[in-house]
Ligand binder design. Structure first.
Ligand code: KIV
Length: 414
């Protein structure tokens, strides 16, 4: 170690901490480049380069890391056949290269966000924004807000359909909502959540994943599970469909996990998650959702992968975040997960509006003149004669008119 340049030691230290992954080769490149610009020459007095601010150093490290990523083929286009990364080297298939081209040229050219947009943000170390949407209203609002990804999550079972979990959601319910979102969204990249039971065998995984793309206009599918589902993911990816993985707390199988609990808190649990993430990457996932995972475990997984992680309850170091629309807007009252942030209380605002409407209706205050449609006096007269409205009805009508005039006058005087 004594023969190593002090600045290099700093880099090796960084490397060993694994907080920033950098190979020795890249470290030497970094030193050479920096020396060329004369930054390290003043360092030879072995003061550990204290004049290089940490922020600057870490931004250089980030760029080195991003460059390293850029030079690799994006993993989504690679398929290791479902084996572990150590036993099965990644192999780029022409088929998957074609998916790349298709997404850049087709979805990208419509002006909407493509896989390329997401990949670029990841490589630039920009955070990826994802939110759930289920219908015209939520899709329109989220699309206009500029989110990168809209997920038609099976959480719709709880927040839209009133189930007490997600496992009861069916394919036809998912497709129904996906169609509404794809009809509405013009910008975001769209992912449809494959419901529980729709990917039990390779055959039904393929059939159902295809339905999300063909029938409901999604750009990708998401499915829950680690190693146990890699054979299905590989099959779907090889069929030309983009897949997002989902590990950690997987709500569809929450009962088997012992309830809605944080995952990966024990050593074994964290190792299992780490291995699941690598297996999903190796199977061809373009991204992985990490749900309810300790922040530090999520960070290590994110650093170990060459594809973006999207966190929900996984802390600050994932490549992006996803939240449920109803949690962010304060529209769901049955539970409020610790990891969600309520940016407004839309339920309160909406309840106030609903109460006002009911009260005004019951008091005869709504509708008022501005909400009613008119008919020409002559047409009205003719219509009444045609249907033979009696003088009693006429009197009744006059009374109503008088009451209306009186209430309008009352309003004016108030
Ligand atoms: O269904 C859903 O909304 C999800 C997100 C919470 C990731 O899977």
């Amino acid at each position: 170690m004594t023969s190593v340049h002090p600045s290099c030691r700093l880099l090796l230290l960084y490397r060993n901490t694994r907080y920033v992954k950098i190979s020795t080769w890249r470290a030497y490149c970094f030193i050479l480049t920096t020396m060329l610009f004369g930054r390290l020459s003043a360092c030879s007095n072995s003061k550990w380069c204290s004049h290089i601010p940490t922020a600057e150093l870490s931004s250089v490290m980030t760029r080195v890391r991003a460059k390293g990523k850029k030079s690799k083929p994006p993993n989504v286009f690679c398929n290791g056949g479902g084996g572990s990364s150590t036993t099965s080297p990644k192999k780029c298939l022409l088929l998957n290269d074609n998916i790349h081209k298709r997404y850049f040229s087709v979805h990208g050219s419509t002006g909407g966000k493509s896989l390329g947009t997401i990949e670029q943000k990841y490589l630039n170390d920009e955070k990826i924004s994802m939110i759930t949407a289920y219908d015209y209203t939520s899709a329109k609002m989220c699309d206009d807000a500029g989110f990168d990804i809209l997920l038609v999550g099976d959480s719709l079972g709880m927040v839209q359909l009133g189930y007490d979990g997600t496992e009861k959601v069916t394919m036809s319910e998912m497709l129904h909502h996906c169609k509404a979102v794809s009809r509405t969204s013009k910008n975001a990249f769209l992912i449809g959540d494959m419901p529980f039971g729709s990917y039990l065998t390779i055959e039904n995984s393929l059939k159902n994943a295809c339905r999300f793309i063909k029938e409901s206009g999604m750009h990708a599918v998401k499915l829950e599970g680690g190693k146990r589902v890699v054979d299905k993911i590989s099959a779907i990816v090889n069929a030309g469909i983009l897949v997002q993985g989902h590990i950690g707390l997987t709500p569809q199988t929450a009962n088997a996990l012992g309830g809605y609990k944080v995952q990966g808190r024990t050593v074994d649990g964290a190792i299992a998650l780490y291995e699941d993430a690598l297996a999903l990457q190796n199977a061809g996932c373009f991204s992985i959702v990490l749900e309810c995972v300790p922040e530090k475990v999520a960070m290590e997984i994110t650093n170990a992968l060459d594809i973006p992680t999207i966190g929900i309850g996984a802390g600050r170091h994932t490549s992006g975040q996803v939240q449920v629309f109803h949690d962010v807007t304060g529209l769901y009252d049955r539970l409020k997960p610790k990891f969600s942030k309520r940016y407004t209380n839309a339920a309160d605002i909406m309840s106030e509006a609903l109460n006002s409407y009911r009260e005004e209706t019951e008091m005869g205050k709504f509708p008022s003149d501005e909400h009613v449609f008119k008919i020409k006096r002559a047409n009205f007269q003719e219509f009444r004669e045609a249907v033979g409205i009696s003088s009693y009805q006429e009197l009744h009508y006059q009374l109503i008119q008088e009451q209306l005039v009186a209430s309008e006058l009352e309003k004016l005087n108030a």
